[in-house]
Write a protein that binds this ligand. Sequence first.
Ligand SMILES: Cc1cc2nc3c(=O)[nH]c(=O)nc-3n(C[C@H](O)[C@H](O)[C@H](O)COP(=O)(O)OP(=O)(O)OC[C@H]3O[C@@H](n4cnc5c(N)ncnc54)[C@H](O)[C@@H]3O)c2cc1C
Length: 390
Amino acid sequence: MAQYPGRHAIVVGGGIIGLAIAWEAARRGHRITLVDPDPAGGATHAAAGMLAPVSELHYREEHLLDLTLASAQLYPDFVDRLTAAAGQPVGYQQTGTMVAAVDAADRQSLSDLHQAQTRLGLQSERLTTRSARRMEPMLGPQLTGAFLASADHQVDPRAMAAALQTALAGRPDYHRLTARATGVLSMGGCVTGVRLEDGTTVTADEVVLANGLSAAGMDGLPDGLSLPLRPVYGDILRLNVPQALRPLLTRTVRAVVCGRQVYVVPRADGTVVIGATQRENGSAGVSAGGVYELLRDAQTVIPAVAELELQETICRPRPGTADNAPLLGRCRGQDGQDVAGLLLATGFFRHGVLLAPLAARLCAELIDGAKPFMDVERYRPDRFVEEGAL
Ligand SMILES: Cc1cc2nc3c(=O)[nH]c(=O)nc-3n(C[C@H](O)[C@H](O)[C@H](O)COP(=O)(O)OP(=O)(O)OC[C@H]3O[C@@H](n4cnc5c(N)ncnc54)[C@H](O)[C@@H]3O)c2cc1C
């Protein structure tokens, strides 16, 4: 690997995105200071870890495919390097994802999705209900259709975040501050560091804001730059599968149940993750109604869900944006030029785990001063700013 003259980068936020960027930049010879009061405690702690560019395809989000497919391709190599560096597993499983429908309307919506996927050249294989049941014998009788997205995989986000922290902790060029950053420091139009909540400052050549929703509230952002981040809360459950019912599933099963989405992700340790609601009602606590609906819908698809042991219910906000795409890269200052020393990597919404290797590589290349391996101009953090506002 090429060695770059080590620069000093502060990464604000140690979720899956900030940790991945910190590790990739450190590997390239840069000195890293990670600032986070509670690393991996945000959306990363809740995420199911589906790496699902195909089955997560949503209408009017086709533009995201260039990012999601590129990051899915980066995953195997990223995971190999990370597991070797950290010496611990990250729960990466390439077992594919089955998508199932329950009633006639669900079957139609699945069929529409399958057609859209095929039109876009994505790998999506229609299954008969009989073959779906052969593959996953725990599926219940209420099944009207299914398809298989073999290229949709999974990772365990908690294990991956832990591995990234282990890999970083072993590096002499890495330093972690258990602190909250309140703003960025600037001089002559360039960002030169961050201010912490105790009033102290840390200077660096480059500041990467990877602190999810709170990036929008940082002091000292370029005048006129507003980051349209909004919290989309997700309730999600973890359950233990009793020995007699293992394996409950051999791959992730997503389903449309009377128009609602639910997924069941099997982990190697015998547990499953059932998720997830999408709420924009501003309520950060776990929703009783959300838990009820998830369990009811999961049980409709896999009746044995009723016999599992509930281990955890949790809710975290996904950092959403106006077009559901991330805010990634540099942004313009008032002179119309990119602000030197500032990078943003936030707004990853439903795909932050999937997009972590891509965000890591892009940001590390920008810290290197190199041309990024792919064009991400359309994901610029300042794309929502009206002409002339900056
Ligand atoms: C229920 C649920 C299920 C999901 N499932 C999936 C999935 O299957 N696949 C997928 O790809 N994505 C999934 N996601 C989305 C994914 O979790 C997010 O996109 C991803 O975690 C975003 O990562 P992040 O590092 O940007 O944010 P976070 O993980 O939220 O990390 C932000 C970090 O910044 C820190 N921070 C905040 N403010 C400051 C500050 N001022 N100073 C310093 N540090 C600060 C926080 O402590 C936190 O550690 C899911 C999300 C939810 C909620």
